[in-house]
Design a protein. Structure first.
Length: 356
């Protein structure tokens, strides 16, 4: 790694999700087999999500083929740009480019009505190997290059495996992750905690990384942080908990909570898991969570499941986002793919295109 040419050396860092967005990137579900026969209800939920999101900000929608594009256009409206790009799956949080920004040139001396310097925008390309070689990923691994080409933006090449859902940042140099995911042997077996922290510092500007333990039962991502624990403000963290001591999720989530409470200097807010588990079959529990919300311009879009805890979760989140509309949207079928609204999105922060 040449540290003289990394994003950090050039003044870039990953902003918090609540920073203003120019747009959101996502991908239209298209494969009936991949969605285990649930493609139509998945598309219904996905359309409701994208149409709601498009009320608040523009959307870049990746479609796999002409049939997918026509289907999406028949269901969607609003400021949506369609991009036909062959891909394996819809989870752009993990396969897409992660965007970074840096302050732009200061406005001319004496300029009126300029609150702050504009930002420059660049992207970071991490390798994506299907969550530890569990699923095909050759096409998805090219997604950052397609995004950079479409935008005309500089793409930094990190050269190691990293998924956007495994990282959470507060925009002020602090990040959250889990050891279960980042230290899994199928991702970067030659890198230890210190080496991984070095990459996150140089490519995303994460100066201090908080390591939690394990994630949810049934999570094929090996414990992505965006299903567990999220920043809602620079010093406020919401984290998933289970009050049922017989739930296999209870102990791992309690251990994560204890780590967070030991930090000091943060407000820690507990967010319940859905009360009733949903099983994909007799052996696979789906990783239901309210923490997989997406923070958009003026809104927070929260997955709900027709569960007794849905309204409680929304009531917990609303005071944490007083300037945004907190909206619950159905995700009972989308979660059959292993994730929800945060997993299928990648925010593009506001900023002038920087091409190096």
């Amino acid at each position: 790694m040449d540290k003289t040419l990394t994003p950090r050396a050039l003044g870039f860092r990953m902003p918090a999700e609540w920073a203003p967005h120019a747009a959101t990137w996502t991908a239209w579900p298209y494969d009936e087999e991949k969605w285990l026969g649930y493609l139509e209800p998945v598309r219904q939920e996905f359309a409701a999500f994208v149409n709601t999101l498009a009320r608040f900000e523009p959307v870049h929608l990746v479609v796999n083929d002409e049939a997918s594009e026509q289907d999406a256009k028949s269901r969607l409206s609003g400021p949506i740009q369609f991009h036909r790009i062959p891909h394996n799956d819809s989870w752009l949080r993990d396969s897409g480019a992660i965007f970074v920004t840096r302050p732009g040139p200061l406005p001319p001396h004496g300029a009126q009505g300029v609150a702050e310097a504009p930002a420059w925008l660049a992207g970071v390309n991490w390798e994506f190997n299907g969550w530890g070689n569990k699923y095909p990923a050759e096409l998805d691994n090219q997604m950052p290059r397609h995004m950079a080409r479409i935008l005309g933006v500089k793409l930094f090449e990190a050269g190691i495996v990293m998924e956007g859902g495994s990282l959470e940042v507060n925009g002020q140099g602090i990040g959250l992750t889990t050891r279960q995911c980042l230290l899994s042997p199928e991702r970067n077996p030659s890198l230890d905690e210190e080496a991984l922290e070095g990459y996150l510092l140089e490519y995303l500007g994460i100066e201090h990384l908080i390591w939690l333990g394990n994630g949810l039962e049934g999570d094929h991502t090996d414990g992505h942080i965006d299903t567990l624990t999220r920043f809602t403000a620079p010093r406020t963290i919401v984290t998933s908990v289970s009050s049922d001591p017989d739930d296999p999720n209870h102990r791992p989530l309690q251990e994560n909570l204890e780590i967070l409470q030991s930090l000091g200097g943060f407000q820690i807010v507990e967010l319940p898991l859905p009360k009733n588990p949903i099983w994909l079959d007799d052996q696979t529990r789906l990783p239901l969570t309210y923490a997989n919300f997406y923070i958009a311009n003026g809104a927070v879009l929260v997955p709900i499941y027709g569960d007794p805890h849905d309204e409680q979760a929304l009531q917990i989140l609303r005071p944490l986002f007083p300037e945004r509309e907190v909206v619950g949207l159905k995700s009972r079928y989308l979660i059959t793919g292993g994730g929800s609204f945060h997993c299928v999105t990648q925010q593009q922060p506001e900023g002038e295109i920087w091409n190096g």
